[in-house]
Design a binder for this molecule. Sequence first.
Ligand code: GLU
Length: 288
Amino acid sequence: MFVTRFAPSPTGLLHRGHAFSALTAHEAARVVDGRFLLRIEDIDATRCRPEYEAAIYEDLAWLGLAWETPVRRQSEHLDDYQGALERLEAAGLLYRCFRTRKEVAQEIARAPHGAMEVFRGAPLPRGEEARRLAAGEPFAWRLSLDAAARALGGFGALTFVEEGSGEPRVVQARPELGGDVVLARKDVGVAYHLAVVFDDALQGITHVVRGEDLFEATHVQRLLQALLGLPTPVYRHHRLLTGPDGRRYAKRDRSETLRELRARGVTPEDLRREMGFDDRPKPASRPS
Ligand code: GLU
């Protein structure tokens, strides 16, 4: 059974780009009589707001989408993600990083000839770590690529199937592109990557349909699946919708929201048509 999901974060109002993603996933499930789930990715309490979550339900229903209930809200399952984090920690795959974001950026910039494009670090000597912990210094848990490579005997076996555009192909995952990613920090207990792989497995997602802006994230997520012994879904990264100016829609650009479109009389049918969706059954072609 084909199971996919749309997994927005309630950090703002949805715009056309979200509608396209949700419709693409919904349509993918519909044509094969599969299941479509909605998941609210609200682990970052500093950025998520209840009114945006309410708007997600309102906008998606307006678009004509139906999803299974209850909806999984990540903020209600933080213990699950914490448990996964602890398993990685117990396996020696994480280390505490006390650097600030600024220090990390400076370190990357200082590396000769761009030798370090992403952050790679190492645990501090025990004494120093104990001293900084005792002083109450904040830290982030980072995934150690070195430890992960040792645990898995390299990353060569990490592949995933990409069906996004053109023929399905097997992609070699390159988690090293993401560096030693942060999997937890003080203000946000557990990072996006961990919650996503945990939930995709728990919810039995067979196909992850999402924008190609998350293609790189898939490389990291593939590694986490291997480290946690979770299955790997098939991926369909879809193209990103661009506006008349050729730029992709984004919350930060103040793209026109679905709510605004609705207010100025745009109908869901208009939007579906504009995006190339037509859910009326296609007439069977007649022999000529
Ligand atoms: N919550 C993520 C976002 O809003 C999407 C995660 C995913 O589809 O895997 O960008």
